[in-house]
Every structure is written in C-alpha cells, then in structure tokens.
Design a binder for this molecule. Structure first.
Ligand SMILES: [Zn+2]
Ligand SMILES: [Zn+2]
Length: 305
C-alpha cells in the first residue's frame, strides 16, 4: 500500500506559507499531512508571542486538516517550547511520544524507542544518532532549517524562516512524499521561495540537500554540522544504541570513517581534531566521561543526539 503524505514544518508564526500550502493542496488527492513543529517563534522571544502566533496559525492548520483526506498530524517544536506554552492546538492530531497514533492504517510515533519497521517517526529534532541507523518506515523532522533526504529520513527544511545572516524572512517549501511499505518512493519538493534540490560533490554520501539557492552545502558552510552528526551517529553505532554506554575516541573515529562512502581528503584528521576538542562545541552530542580521559558519553545537553 502506498500513501501520499504532505510533509512540512517550521513556519515560525507565518500564516502566508500555510495559506499557500492550502491553496496548493485543496484539490489534490493528499492522504495525510504532517507538520514537524515550530508553529511559532516563542523561543528567544516570549511565551505571549507564542500564544498570539498559535491563535492565528491554528485556523489554517484546521483548514489543512479538513482539506486532506485523513487529516493533519503534528508534533511540537523547540521554538514552541515543545508545547509548554499556555495554549493548545485544537486542530488535527498530535503524534504521541508515549506510543502510537494510527491514521489511514499507518502508525506514527514521536519517540525513537517506539520505532518498528512499519512505523513512521515524526520528531522536530533531527536526531543525529539515527542518521545511519534508522529501522522504521520513514522519519520526518525539521529544526535545522536545512532540508535533507537520506534514505528514509526527510528533514523538511522550513516553510518560513530567517537565513542565519539576514533579518528578512525567507520562504522555503514543503514536500509531497509517496510512502510505500519500503519507505519513501519519491520525494517531491514544492518550493514557496527559491529552495532547490542539491547534491554536494564532497558530501553527497550524506544525502540530497534542499536549500535556498544562495546557500552553500550545509557541511561546506560549517563542517561542525558534519562532525556533530557523525559523532552522534558513530556513537550510536559503537554503543549499539545504548545511550548510557561510553565509547573510546579511537573507536568513535574508526566508526565515523566507516560511515562515509568516500570521505574527502583529511576527513579523518579533521574529525579526530573535532573529537579531541569536543568540549568546545556547545552543540556537541557527546562529552568526556567524568570530564576527562578518552572515553565519550552522550552529553547532558546533547542538543539533537
Ligand atoms: Zn524552526
Ligand atoms: Zn559539501
């Protein structure tokens, strides 16, 4: 069985982008819509702004829920304080973290520990640990505003966001995913702005990227993005998914290198350096066990581990 799923997220209080989605899909046979969170920009502002933004966004979510055959499913984002705002969303269905919701015969969960081979995982955070180790049917996420498809995992970029170096809002896009039993068969980018599909010559093994036309490859722009992801992913591989384990630096580096198809020259050396100085990166997924030595553990503030 195959389903047509609209995947979007990160509209950050913007209504125009949701209106565009609605206009696009009203007469289309879409089975399900998924929003990966960041309905608001409450984080870094205040919770009152979050309430205001939810009030204006909610009617659009409700209309998208009506327009799509089996409705809208969603999760909260970090900008929404993961739902810790004094306002609920009375539209569509929240995907639970404590189990599953089944819609149109398809199970969805918000928690990686509930993933089984026929389950679709929807999280706001990208979950670096899963980049090379995902056993579910599909994983939809957002947060980084850097769109990417790696095998069965789609980061849906953003509907509306500000570029890191600009104050002006930037429109992104959304995706229509043909989801079969074996995972996504096809992913169609529907740009609202100048989002485009790109494969980096150096980093093509880390997936296809969906970025605004004037943005560089995410890894070429900031190699720490690559190292954080590989640190999280290699740890998960070395530790066999045991978040409480400790892994040596040497094993981590070896595993990370094995995860790359054809790493660019110098990758091993540069990654070794990153791991040696891992405490200097505030978004690092790992930390030194007891603050010293060569054994690494999942960091308390492991950002997107
Ligand atoms: Zn966001
Ligand atoms: Zn690159």
């Amino acid at each position: 069985m195959s389903r047509c799923i609209l995947v979007m997220g990160d509209n950050h209080g913007d209504v125009g982008s949701l209106e565009r989605v609605l206009d696009d899909v009203e007469d289309e046979p879409i089975d399900l819509a998924v929003h990966v969170g960041d309905f608001t920009r409450a984080w870094r502002h205040d919770r009152e702004l979050g309430v205001e933004q939810l009030r204006v966004v909610e009617p659009l979510l409700d209309r998208i829920d009506d327009a799509v055959d089996h409705g809208l499913l969603w999760v909260w984002g970090n900008q929404d304080h993961f739902g810790d705002i004094d306002y609920g969303i009375d539209a569509g269905t929240e995907i639970p973290a404590d189990g599953y919701v089944t819609v149109d015969g398809q199970r969805f969960t918000n928690a990686p520990e509930h993933v089984e081979d026929d389950v679709v995982l929807v999280t706001h955070m990208e979950k670096w640990s899963l980049v090379d180790h995902f056993d579910g049917r599909a994983h939809f996420c957002g947060n980084t505003h850097l769109g990417r498809l790696t095998d069965r995992r789609l980061n849906s970029a953003f509907l509306q966001a500000s570029a890191p170096d600009a104050d002006e809002p930037t429109y992104g896009g959304y995706f229509v995913v043909e989801l079969g039993d074996e995972g996504p068969r096809d992913v169609e980018l529907r740009p609202l702005g100048d989002l485009e599909r790109r494969t980096c010559e150096r980093h093509g093994d880390r997936g296809v990227q969906f970025l605004p036309a004037d943005w560089e490859c995410m890894y070429c722009r900031d190699e720490r993005i690559l190292y954080r992801e590989l640190a999280g992913s290699a740890f998960y591989g070395c530790a066999d998914g045991d978040d409480g384990a400790a892994v040596t630096e040497a094993d981590l580096v070896e595993h990370a290198v094995s995860l790359r198809d054809d790493p660019e020259p110098g990758f091993r050396r540069d990654f070794e350096r990153y791991v040696a100085d891992i405490g200097d990166d505030r978004y690092a997924p790992l930390a030194r066990e007891d603050g010293e030595g060569d054994r690494l553990v999942v960091a308390d503030e492991g950002y997107s581990y």
